[in-house]
Design a protein around this ligand. Structure first.
Ligand code: BES
Ligand code: ZN
Length: 632
C-alpha cells in the first residue's frame, strides 16, 4: 500500500467548477492561487461529494455505528476517488444507485497519527455513486458513548459526535476537508426509547419506532455533520428556536436561555438574515469537551452553561454568531481557522453589546485581551513560536493545535482595530456584505484579504493599514486597540486589598454577594489575588462568596487553580467533584496544568489519581489533552 502525500494542492478553478467553492473572475486569472488542505487525503479537485446519504444503525450495546455512507459525486473523468477514514472498518464498497450496485476494489493506505488513512476507491470516469459499507470501532474518536450513570436522568444511555476539526472521518468515511461543501440526508435507527437529532431539520417529538429521517438542504462542510442520541425533550423558546435536553433540565434551560430570541434578532439586525431557518441547541452530558459547538441548526452545548443565573450566555451568542462566521462563510483549511473564530468572537461581542450594553461587552473583551497576552507569551516560549500568526501553517500537525487565543482573540482584535480605523457604520456594512457575498462558500485567508482590500480599504483610500503584519507576522501589532474597564479595575483594587492583608468584607462590601458581579468580574478578582495569600484568607473569601461550591463552573475552575497555588486544601473535595463531573476541556485543563506545575509534588500525584478515576467521563478530545498535560 502506498503512502500518499497528505498535502493536496487544489487548483481553485477546478475546485470551483467541481465543488462550487468561491472565487471571482480575477481569482481565476491568478494562476498562483491554490488552496492546500494539509489535513485531508481526499482528491476533491478531481472528484468530490455533492450529497451524502447516511443509513446508519446506532448500536449502544456494542458501542458501534454501522451502515452505509452513500456519496453522490461530481466526477471529472477520474478513475480513483480518495476519502478520509480513521479507525473505521470498511466492509465493502459498491458503485451505482441503491438497488443496482456493483462491488468495487479499494485500497487503504498507511495510518498517520492525525490524519488517519486514505481510502482509495476504484471507479470509472463516469462513476457518480459510491456507497461505503462500514462500521465504527472502539478507536473511533468522534463518538462519546455514555452509560446511563453519566447522564442527568441516570436511566438511559447517550451518545453524541464531535466532528471539528478532523474527527468526522472517524465516524463517517468521507472527504473530510472544509474546502468541500455538501448537502446530506440520513436515516438513523436507534433504540426505540431514545430520540435522535442531527445538525439538520429535526422533529420535536420522539417516535416509537426509533427511526429518524434528516435532511440538511444547505451545503455544509463535513466537520458540521453531527448526531446526538439520548433521552431528549424539546423546549421551544420562540418561533424559530428552542432547546433539546434531558427532561430533567427542561425548566433550567427555559430560564437560562430565555434571551435566545433577542440574540437572534440582534444578530440579524447586525449582519443580515439568519439563513438556517431554525436555531436549536442540545444540552449534552457533562463530558462534552467544549462549551459549545456550532453544528448548523443544532448547536451542541455543555450543561455547565446552566449556571442558574444566565451568567454564561456569551457562549450562546458565540455559537449563534457562527451561523454567519464559520457555517455560512467557512475557513477553507484549518490554517485559516481565524476566519471562523476571530470573526465569531468579534460578532459574539457585538451581540453581547446589543443585549447587555457596552460595559458588559468591554468586560468580556478586556478579559480576552488579558488571556491573549498570556497565550502570546506561552507560544513565543514554546516549540512553535510562529503560531502567533493569524494565518497558520499546521502541515503534519494536529489542527487542534491552532485552537488558541490567537485565532479567537488576536483575530477579533484585528477586526476591532479595523473597525476603529474605519468607523463602525462602514465596517458593519462591509461585514454584512462579506457574509452575504460569500454565503454558503468556503474561503481562504487570501480570499479575505483581497475582499478586504477591494471592498473596504481601497474605496476608503486607506493604504497604510498593516493587514499583512496582522495576518502574516508573529506577535501583536502596535496599533492593536486597547480596551479598558472601570468595573474590572475595581475588582483588581479589591483583590489588592486582600493581598495586603485587609478584610474587604466591611462597610459597603459587608453584604457582598456572588450575584453582584458578572462572571468576568470574578475572574478578574480571582486572577488579581496573590498566590502568596494564606489558606485562611482563601477560607475567608470562600466563607463569604462560596466559590468552591459555585454553580458557575467557569468561576470554580479559576478558583481551584488559585486554591492549588495557595495550598488551600479545603477546596479539594469540591475540586475533585468538578474534575470528575465536567469534561469541558477549558474548565479542567488549567486545573490539571496547575497541579502539574505545583511546587508540592503531591499535587501532581493527586491530579493523576483524580484523572485516572475521572477519565471515563471525558470525551477523547479532553482525555488526550489531559493525558498529555499530566504525563508529558
Ligand atoms: N467551534 C468551536 C469549538 C471547536 C473549535 C471545536 C475547534 C473543535 C475544534 C466553538 O465555537 C467554540 O469556540 N467554543 C468555545 C466557546 C467560547 C469561545 C465562547 C468553547 O467551547 O469554549
Ligand atoms: Zn467558536
Amino acid at each position: 500500500m502506498k503512502r500518499l502525500n497528505p498535502v493536496i494542492a487544489l487548483c481553485v478553478s477546478a475546485l470551483l467548477t467541481a465543488c462550487g467553492s468561491t472565487t471571482s473572475t480575477s481569482d481565476l486569472l491568478n494562476e498562483n492561487l491554490e488552496i492546500k488542505d494539509a489535513h485531508s487525503y481526499s482528491n476533491i479537485n478531481e472528484i468530490c461529494t455533492t450529497h451524502l446519504n447516511l443509513e446508519l444503525e446506532i448500536d449502544f450495546e456494542n458501542k458501534i455505528v454501522q451502515g452505509v455512507a452513500r456519496h453522490t459525486m461530481s466526477n471529472h473523468d477520474c478513475d480513483t476517488a480518495i476519502f478520509d477514514i480513521k479507525a473505521l472498518e470498511i466492509k465493502k464498497i459498491t458503485l451505482g444507485e441503491k438497488g443496482s450496485e456493483k462491488e468495487t476494489d479499494f485500497d487503504i493506505g498507511d495510518e498517520d497519527e492525525w490524519l488517519g488513512r486514505p481510502l482509495e476507491v476504484k471507479i470509472s470516469p463516469s462513476t457518480k455513486y459510491i456507497n461505503i459499507y462500514y462500521q465504527t470501532t472502539g478507536a473511533t474518536e468522534a463518538i462519546d458513548w455514555l452509560a446511563p450513570s453519566q447522564t442527568t436522568g441516570k436511566k438511559l444511555p447517550f451518545m453524541y459526535t464531535q466532528g471539528q476539526a478532523i474527527l468526522t472521518r472517524s465516524w463517517i468515511p468521507l472527504q473530510d476537508s472544509p474546502a468541500n461543501r455538501i448537502t446530506y440526508s440520513a436515516n438513523i435507527k436507534v433504540p426505540s426509547e431514545l430520540f435522535a437529532i442531527m445538525s439538520a431539520d429535526n422533529p420535536t417529538e420522539k417516535n416509537d419506532q426509533g427511526i429518524y429521517h434528516f435532511e440538511m438542504k444547505q451545503k455544509i462542510p463535513s466537520y458540521l455533520i453531527a448526531l446526538a442520541v439520548g433521552d431528549l425533550k424539546y423546549t421551544s423558546l420562540g418561533e424559530n428556536c428552542g432547546i433539546y435536553s434531558e427532561p430533567e433540565l427542561s425548566d433550567a434551560c427555559r430560564y437560562e436561555f430565555e434571551d435566545l430570541p433577542k440574540m437572534i434578532a440582534a444578530a440579524e439586525n447586525l449582519y443580515g438574515e439568519y439563513r438556517w431557518d431554525q436555531f436549536d441547541m442540545v444540552i449534552l452530558p457533562y463530558s462534552f469537551p467544549f462549551g459549545g459547538m456550532e453544528n448548523p441548526r443544532l448547536t451542541f452545548a455543555n450543561p455547565t452553561l446552566l449556571a442558574g443565573d444566565q451568567s454564561l450566555v456569551s457562549v450562546v451568542a458565540h455559537e449563534l454568531a457562527h451561523s454567519w462566521s464559520g457555517n455560512l462563510v467557512t475557513n477553507a483549511t484549518w490554517d485559516d481557522f481565524w476566519l471562523n473564530e476571530g470573526f465569531t468572537v468579534y460578532f459574539e461581542n457585538r451581540i453581547m453589546e446589543e443585549l447587555y450594553g457596552k460595559e458588559v461587552a468591554d468586560i468580556l473583551a478586556v478579559i480576552e485581551q488579558q488571556e491573549l497576552a498570556g497565550t502570546l507569551e506561552e507560544i513565543e516560549n514554546g516549540d512553535h513560536p510562529e503560531d502567533t500568526r493569524l494565518k497558520l501553517e499546521l502541515d503534519a500537525r494536529n489542527p487542534d493545535e491552532g485552537l488558541t487565543d490567537i485565532a479567537y482573540v488576536k483575530g477579533a482584535f484585528f477586526l476591532r482595530t479595523l473597525e476603529e480605523r474605519i468607523g463602525r457604520v462602514k465596517f458593519d456594512k462591509f461585514l454584512k456584505e462579506y457574509f452575504n457575498h460569500h454565503a454558503f462558500e468556503t474561503i481562504g485567508t487570501e480570499d479575505f484579504v483581497r475582499y478586504l482590500n477591494s471592498e473596504l480599504l481601497e474605496p476608503n483610500n486607506i493604504t497604510d493599514f498593516n493587514v499583512d503584519e496582522w495576518i502574516y507576522q508573529p506577535g501583536l501589532p502596535e496599533n492593536c486597540i486597547s480596551i479598558s474597564s472601570k468595573r474590572l479595575e475595581k475588582m483588581t483594587v479589591l483583590a489588592s486589598a486582600i493581598n495586603e492583608g485587609k478584610n474587604i468584607f466591611l462597610g459597603a462590601n459587608k453584604n457582598m454577594q456572588r450575584g453582584d458581579y458578572v462572571t468576568q468580574e470574578w475572574l478578574a478578582f480571582i486572577r488579581a489575588l496573590s498566590s502568596e495569600i494564606l489558606p485562611s484568607d482563601m477560607a475567608m473569601i470562600d466563607h463569604k462568596l462560596d466559590f468552591s461550591r459555585s454553580a458557575n463552573a467557569v468561576i470554580k475552575s479559576e478558583w481551584y487553580q488559585l486554591a492549588i497555588k495557595t495550598g488551600y486544601k479545603d477546596a479539594r473535595p469540591f475540586m475533585k467533584e468538578h474534575l470528575t463531573l465536567v469534561g469541558r476541556r477549558w474548565l479542567i485543563a488549567g486545573i490539571y496544568e496547575t497541579l502539574h506545575d505545583s511546587m508540592d509534588k503531591s499535587d501532581l500525584a493527586w491530579g493523576k489519581e483524580v484523572f485516572e478515576n475521572a477519565k471515563s467521563n471525558y470525551h477523547f478530545i479532553s482525555k488526550s489533552t489531559i493525558q498529555e498535560i499530566l504525563y508529558d
